[in-house]
Write a protein that binds this ligand. Sequence first.
Ligand code: ATP
Ligand code: ZN
Length: 294
Amino acid sequence: MTDRLKIALQKKGRLAEDSFALLKKCGLRFSIRGGGLLARVKNMPIDLLLVRDDDIPSFVANNAADIGIVGENVLVEEQLVSKNELDAAIAMRLGFSRCKLCLAAAETGKVQSASDLSGTRIATTYPGVTGRYLSENGIDAKLVEMKGAVELAPSIQIAESICDLVSSGATLEANGLTAFETILESEAVLIRSARELSANKSDILDKLMNRIDGVLKSAETKYIMLNAPKSAVKEITDLLPGSDSPTIIPLGGPEDLVAVQAVCTETVFWETLEGLKTLGARAILVLPIEKMMS
Ligand code: ATP
Ligand code: ZN
């Protein structure tokens, strides 16, 4: 029997859906149903271990899983809490689940900025990262460790400020809080331990990471097609974001038009399209690219 690569993933929550979607885009076929801890990938020797996100770094470190997908915030927190004894490190950044760990307080309270923190209480579920920030900045404040609902701490008067994850800021706003300092920026990351994998697992992991790389690159990459007056081709191709050598095809018809086709590796904004149009480009099409391998 071949060795199966075991990937620890969040079972349910803000990371889960995007993690499953990424693996599906990499061609893994599986279904997550019911309350099972393990899901088998049907077409590759991979098993998915479905757990709470907080357990992912230690599962990877302790060999319960070979790799994991987790928020960088959770990895850094677990590292700090274990005093850097956790054998798990970032192998690849994944670009989704972006959020920030921020200090926030009531608009009208006594803490308005980091310089007001000394002698106050900060509620957080991230004592490791918050504690590191405080000691690096020589701030003497008390940490109130909570398991959840941190945003309620100021209103029930157990802390003057909080340190919590923020993405849009809507939760803070709904609780009358304003962020005044970012102490960590986070995104989903693929983590692994320093342990050597069997040759079999190592091959599967290489293949998976190559596919992830392809998925991440193709997400931004677009195929642009347009018609342009011959005289404007140079200016138009200069405007195409991150394209090397566009294909230029002469078109029949009375006008002196060419078709330009190019792979653009950077985001194509509406402004770019408007710029192309101003230069005389017409019939502009921007197409998604499903898969890429170079
Ligand atoms: P679990 O039950 O697995 O412990 P959880 O409640 O700790 O779940 P979620 O709220 O699902 O965790 O968040 C998981 C991760 O998603 C966070 O650690 C963070 O990396 C990321 N994330 C992205 N946006 C946000 C956000 N707005 N708020 C909180 N986390 C976010
Ligand atoms: Zn969690």
